[in-house]
Design a protein around this ligand. Structure first.
Ligand SMILES: C[S@@+](CC[C@H](N)C(=O)[O-])C[C@H]1O[C@@H](n2cnc3c(N)ncnc32)[C@H](O)[C@@H]1O
Length: 177
């Protein structure tokens, strides 16, 4: 069972502390990010491609009596929400696992409202990353992606995360109004 206190602390450290109306947890998995986000938002939508993850996540939400989270089994490559729906989009360790990380990024941006925040954790490409696939990002690539999509860019706590991993970095930006 994942440690909720640790996850909550991590989520609260990287998500700007304000109240959100609608938050998207893209690729929510079985873990507890969505539960922590539910403390900051009126409503959280958790989306994941895996039904098994969805069932576990929904079970956890039920156990903790969180009734402001809904879960959809769907792909981030075609998010079933209109443009500019969410004022917070949070996706930890997901886009680099999809078959088209750039499309996943564009979809996450598309559903973000002006003034809303996009918080991502992605795999880090280093001099030691020999896997040629595109889904390892440098911080500079991520900054370009954020800025060309009209977002501010902030690099948070590079090379760390709730797993003290050296292979992820966390970025955050606000969509210009
Ligand atoms: C490393 S896990 C991270 C889970 C969760 N965000 C967390 O922090 O614990 C990656 C998740 O991405 C999901 N995923 C992979 N491709 C996806 C896609 N195209 N659309 C939605 N979710 C996807 C997987 O099912 C898995 O739950």
């Amino acid at each position: 069972m994942p440690d909720y206190a640790k996850t909550r602390e991590h989520v609260f450290a990287i998500v700007p502390q304000q109240h959100y109306h609608l938050a998207l947890n893209g690729g929510c998995g079985t873990r507890m990010n969505a539960l922590a986000l539910a403390e900051l938002a009126d409503k959280v939508v958790g989306v994941d491609i895996s039904r098994q993850s969805m069932n576990t996540a929904a079970g956890l939400a039920q156990k903790t009596l969180k009734n402001n989270i809904v879960f959809n089994q769907a792909s981030l490559l075609g998010i079933l929400f209109k443009d500019e729906t969410f004022d917070l989009v949070y996706s930890w360790g997901v886009i680099h696992h999809t078959v088209n990380p750039d499309q996943a990024f564009r979809e996450l941006v598309r559903v973000l409202k002006p003034g809303g925040y996009l918080v991502l954790a992605v795999y880090l490409k280093t001099r030691l990353t020999f896997v040629p696939e595109k889904h390892f990002y440098t911080t500079e690539q991520m900054q370009r992606l954020y800025e060309t999509h009209g977002l501010t860019f902030e690099l948070l706590n590079p090379h760390t995360g709730r797993f003290k991993s050296t292979s992820n970095f966390i970025v955050r930006g606000q969509m210009k109004s």
